[in-house]
Write a protein of this length. Structure first.
Length: 81
């Protein structure tokens, strides 16, 4: 199972880097963007949870918590924000 998690991490990182390469052509361009890591974690948690709900997963909060390596109560709080 951990191999799949590493693969998803790698995939997400590649997508982020690909986006950055298309938007940032010069070092000065980086100043146009701000990366809010705590909000990114919340957004990723919501996206994973919404997908599990779409798939009809009755244990979506537990699976989302396992997937994002956070507690179920933290996931529940984050998806309500």
């Amino acid at each position: 199972m951990k191999e799949n998690n590493y693969y998803l991490n790698d995939l997400a990182l590649r997508l982020l880097v690909r986006f950055l390469k298309t938007k940032i052509k010069r070092a000065a361009d980086i100043r146009k963007y701000y990366f809010d890591l705590p909000q990114f974690v919340i957004d990723a948690t919501k996206a994973v949870n919404e997908r599990l709900v779409e798939l009809g997963c009755s244990q979506h909060l537990k699976w989302t918590a396992d997937f994002v390596c956070r507690g179920r109560s933290t996931v529940d709080r984050d998806i309500k924000k």
